[in-house]
Write a protein that binds this ligand. Structure first.
Ligand code: DAH
Length: 355
């Protein structure tokens, strides 16, 4: 029995010598050592077999195996010391210690917000038509948000927009239209401006209503501007935004700062006008309100309504972004969670990082 054990131990010993001789570096040496002396290695298996020996052989067998194991471990230790002394595993000063050919860590990449993406796109289109981007404060005065836009105090039209009042003269702007007045004051006629921005309404939130959303105001003022110009420019913009020819129609709409005022509809792009669930079977989708600037508004902006006319429009940027990117719930847009915004089938262009 012990003869057989000794043969096995000799074999393990020879195996150790071979592995030590072949080990090219410290790592390889360490792996060889644990393979040989670990539970499933040659020595480990011999130790585990002791239990199956007759009782009187167990003591001597255990001693023999452990003695040999100590010997083998010592030889590994010696080899390790040799390699370490030769400098293996340590970088020479100035030597590169990483492998530049390995793939790097993937750094999560963000992307612009869908509303920002649509805003930039519209700005780019409008810039080609000679419009410049202007702005205004989100914290507005009663004067710019209402009064100058032909919505005097007590006017029932104030109820059209539920307002966050901060004091009795200061409010969070309910629309981007106050930028019209600021632009007229600052730039004077003729004028082509757009004003994208955040607006606020005191609303109960649901999938299609948020208390904070984005609009893009447009204003063009020049001599002899007519409704025909309004329609032509709107068609051009919509054709660019939707990247196809669009048919539009105007319905009368009331907004105190325009006269006449319109709701502009676009022929439904899904059914081509035949009627489908998206357009509620009408063949048309309401796309933006617009109109000819009211003389009172021109006057408030310091422009003579007899010399100049113009048109204005209010584009719902948030709504446009929802249409473009298939966002079903408006609340996702303010949530900061990209997965809440863009449905999986539309995510490719967005570099959304999924965990
Ligand atoms: N300011 C309006 C709103 O938020 C939208 C609007 C309507 C803007 C007609 C315009 C316009 O410039 O001509 O409800």
């Amino acid at each position: 029995m012990l003869d057989e054990l000794n043969r096995d131990l000799d074999a393990a010993s020879a195996e150790a010598d071979r592995l030590i001789a072949e080990a090219a570096g410290l790592d390889e040496l360490r792996r060889a050592e644990s393979r040989l002396t670990g539970k499933t290695g040659a020595l480990g298996r011999l130790l585990a077999g002791i239990g199956r020996l007759p009782a009187e052989q167990r003591g001597p067998a255990g001693k023999a195996i452990n003695a040999r194991k100590t010997e083998i471990l010592a030889r590994f230790a010696e080899a390790r010391a040799r390699l370490e002394a030769a400098g293996a595993g340590k970088a020479a000063p100035g030597e590169q210690t990483f492998d530049p050919s390995l793939p790097g860590a993937v750094i999560p990449r963000g992307s612009v917000h869908p509303v920002t993406a649509v805003q930039w796109e519209v700005e780019e289109i409008m810039a080609r038509l000679g419009f410049v981007v202007v702005g205004g404060p989100e914290l507005e005065t009663d004067y710019y948000n209402f009064e100058a836009l032909n919505i005097p105090a007590m006017h029932p039209a104030r109820d059209m927009q539920d307002t966050f009042w901060l004091t009795d003269k200061l409010l969070l702007r309910t629309h981007t239209s106050p930028c019209q007045i600021r632009a007229m004051e600052r730039l004077g006629p003729p004028l082509r401006v757009i004003a994208p921005g955040r607006v606020f309404r005191y609303e109960t939130e649901d999938a299609s209503h948020a208390n904070t959303f984005h609009q893009l105001e447009g204003l063009l003022i020049d001599r002899n501007i007519s409704i025909a110009n309004l329609i032509a420019v709107m068609k051009l913009i919509l054709a660019e935004v939707f990247r196809r020819e669009v048919k539009v129609r105007l319905r009368p709409g009331f907004f105190p700062f325009v006269e006449p005022g319109f709701e502009l509809d676009m022929q439904c792009g899904i059914c081509g006008g035949g009627g489908c669930p998206t357009c509620k079977r009408s063949g048309w989708v309401e796309i933006l309100p617009c109109g000819m600037v009211h003389p009172n508004v021109l006057r408030a902006g310091g422009i003579d309504p007899h010399a100049y006319t113009g048109f204005a429009f209010g584009m719902g940027l948030t709504r446009l972004a929802m249409m473009r990117y298939g966002v079903r719930d408006i609340r996702g847009l303010n949530s900061g969670d990209l997965r809440a915004v863009v449905p999986p089938e539309r995510r490719r262009g967005f570099a959304i990082v999924e965990k």
